[in-house]
Write a protein that binds this ligand. Structure first.
Ligand SMILES: [Zn+2]
Ligand SMILES: [Zn+2]
Ligand SMILES: [Zn+2]
Length: 127
């Protein structure tokens, strides 16, 4: 059955991403799959990540080294707080940022349409 070849890597990669909760490159995910003796080609990992991203189950960011990394992410609009020590990603509610739209309009006449914000620091385990 053809569907098996599509579903299995997707399930494996989804499980790894939801277990890790940190940004991982396709190569790092491929390495974790190999450690589990799961034979998934790197090209399949890339393709699966693109698919999961298109479905809104994975969020991507380009790390400072220029590499695209992925984290399990779903649900309503929110932001990521990234631990600089262990890399753990926490989903952060956006409501604290809402006042910034009003300030931009008042001080700069700027109409805010969208925003992208990341927080960096140390998680509760690393603080
Ligand atoms: Zn998220
Ligand atoms: Zn941490
Ligand atoms: Zn927001």
């Amino acid at each position: 059955m053809a569907t098996e070849y599509v579903t299995r890597p997707r399930a494996l990669i989804s499980r790894i991403l939801s277990g890790e909760r940190r940004y991982l490159s396709a190569a790092a995910i491929h390495g974790l799959l190999e450690r589990e003796q799961a034979k998934v080609a790197l090209s399949t990992v890339y393709r699966t990540l693109e698919h999961l991203q298109a479905k809104g189950q994975v969020s991507a960011r380009v790390d400072p080294a220029g590499e695209t990394t992925y984290v399990s992410c779903a649900g309503d609009h929110h932001h990521h707080a990234i631990c600089r020590v262990c890399g753990k990603v926490e989903d952060v509610d956006c409501s604290a940022l809402e006042a910034i739209g009003g300030a931009l309009k008042a001080h700069h006449g700027f109409v805010l349409e969208d925003h992208a914000v990341e927080f960096f620091g140390r998680c509760s385990a690393c603080a």
